[in-house]
Design a protein around this ligand. Structure first.
Ligand code: MCA
Ligand code: AMP
Length: 479
């Protein structure tokens, strides 16, 4: 069973999920999810329009309890991206809050509204569901082509959330605050399903702002989850607001993930709030792999040891396992354990390329410290960009730019950015000079999701290419 508290009459009145506009107790969540579950009879797979609102969480819980795979979609995904996801996942129904406008790509599908109020659902009870049943299909970008759907079974979610609970002494008394999007693993699995599995409370702030975080931590929240961009903005705000700094200082645990939190921000937050931020490291395909423990030695710059039940190995360029733990020898991290996904939907060749003999090749380049903690030092693919904690494939944006009638040629790179970690930069050879940088930024934002839009466009007479015609991205540097 994924959520025992949902079936425990003793905790019926405890708050399960709180959003600024609305909260639900475990009893109310059981009612709303149970009614919705019945409306989904006969569905094998549903798409959920993952707005940051409570109906999204109800839809996810309803699907999980009914044993139906849920495909969270970013409501702001552009036409091209959403069209691909809907065609690839082919959902039997679309779940969205009553009255919410659906993006065009979903408009022709059977719609099931998510409502919150109604009588109790007496027939809704825990049934036995196979652990290997797909629970979520989460789309993630690769270096080339459109995003791939990572199929996550119930077993991965349950085991991973329990391993995190062990590492962080996470219990039903914890109230987890965050403002993460609900169409990725970080916000959805760790940030919503995590508290529900513990029988605690998920407190979603709706939108990220330092003020909302301060209010949450001055209130009931005990833990905060965020991406490095959020912690950097919090540190910045703490410089001006001692009240915010003391609110952060009150948290039982501040957790950062999805990208590396720079050492300077670790130090700044420690100086201003008297608290260390703990990092954990994960991927859509593997959920969380490693984490600094709540009672562990501080180790800024590392993402901690593997979680319980998860094996890791570091592999050199010749495929040999590196045995030393000297924090110097680098190699690619491979992961094996109950946390792994089942594969990419409709992409057996991509699955076979990523998983060999049960080991998933992460593409992350790491070292291991003598204490067994993993330090991430780079990434195998230069065509993957991490911006604001989102993984963005350069190839997907290049294809989109080349489809613009005024674009002759285009290449995309990531550049260091103080706020976002990396920012997307487009290098464009245009036809004529009518098209502006803003036109191209808007074009990408409308075809793909807005977070994939270039933050800068640089026009060139031609792209540097080698004799084989391949773009030499190393030569694409500002200056
Ligand atoms: C801006 N906007 C536009 C345009 N420009 N819309 C259309 N056309 C344009 N040209 C809109 C955006 O849609 C958005 O609207 C608003 O302007 C601001 O967008 P943006 O500038 O992108 O936001 P930001 O301020 O830079 O956001 C920073 C952020 C965000 C809040 C930190 O990047 C974020 O939420 N990051 C979290 C990423 C995450 O959860 N990653 C997990 C995946 P509106 O405000 O209406 O939306 S990684 C993962 O899951 C693994 C397992 C892991 O390890 O965790
Ligand atoms: P995604 O595919 O969007 O799930 O992103 C997964 C990638 O995010 C990983 O392969 C890492 O490169 C990166 N990542 C996640 N957590 C961390 C972290 N704490 N530090 C550095 N990189 C991270």
């Amino acid at each position: 069973m994924l959520f025992e508290a949902l079936h425990d009459p003793a905790v019926e009145d405890r708050v399960a999920i709180a959003f600024p506009a609305r909260s639900l107790t475990y009893g109310q969540l059981r009612g709303a999810a149970g009614r919705l579950g019945h409306a989904l009879d006969g569905c094998a797979r549903v798409a959920v329009v993952a707005e940051s609102r409570i109906e999204t969480c109800v839809a996810m819980v309803a699907a999980a309890e009914a044993g139906i795979a849920a495909v969270p979609v970013n409501p702001r995904s552009g036409e091209t991206e959403l069209g691909h996801i809907v065609a690839d996942a082919d959902p039997d129904a679309v779940l969205a809050a009553d009255g919410q406008e659906l993006p065009a790509a979903l408009a022709g599908r059977r719609r099931v509204p998510v409502t919150l109020d109604g009588g109790p659902d007496r027939n809704f009870g825990p049934g036995h569901l196979d652990d290997e049943l797909p629970a979520l299909i989460v789309y993630t970008s690769g270096t080339t082509g459109p995003p791939k759907g990572a199929v996550l079974p119930r077993r991965a979610i349950a085991s991973n959330l329990d391993a995190l609970a062990q590492a962080w002494a996470w219990t039903e008394r914890d109230v987890v605050a965050h403002a993460l999007p609900l169409f990725h693993v970080h916000g959805l699995v760790v940030g919503i399903l995590g508290p529900l599995r513990r029988g605690g409370t998920a407190m979603h702030l709706g939108r990220f702002s330092p003020e909302a975080v301060g209010e949450a931590l001055n209130g009931a929240a005990t833990m905060l989850f965020g991406v490095p961009t959020m912690y950097r903005r919090l540190a910045e705000a703490c410089e001006r607001s001692p009240d915010l700094a003391s609110a952060l200082g009150r948290a039982r645990l501040l957790v950062s993930g999805s990208a590396a939190l720079p050492a300077i921000e670790h130090e700044r937050l420690l100086r201003l709030c008297g608290r260390r931020v703990v990092e954990r490291y994960g991927m859509t395909e593997t959920l969380m792999n490693t984490a600094i423990r709540a009672d562990g030695e501080p180790a800024p710059g590392t993402v901690g040891p593997p979680l319980a039940g998860i094996d890791v190995r570091i592999v050199d360029e010749d495929g040999r396992t590196i045995e030393v733990s000297d924090d110097e020898t680098i190699g690619e991290l491979h992961v094996r354990g109950p946390n792994l996904f089942l594969g990419y939907l409709n992409r057996p060749e991509a699955t076979a390329a990523a998983v060999r003999d049960g080991w998933f090749a992460t593409g992350d380049i790491v070292t291991r410290t003598p204490a067994g903690a993993i330090r991430i030092v780079g990434r195998r693919a230069t065509d993957l960009i991490k911006s604001g904690g989102y993984k963005i494939g350069a190839g997907e944006i290049e294809v989109c730019l080349r489809e613009h009638p005024a674009v002759e040629d285009a290449a995309v790179t990531g550049e260091p950015d103080d706020d976002l970690g990396e920012r997307v930069v487009a290098w464009v050879v245009r036809r004529g000079d009518d098209v502006t940088a803003q036109d191209l930024i808007d074009h990408v934002a409308s075809m793909l999701a807005p977070h994939k839009r270039p933050r800068e466009v640089r026009f060139l007479a031609e792209l540097p290419r080698n004799e084989l015609g391949k773009v030499q991205k190393r030569r694409l540097v500002a200056g």
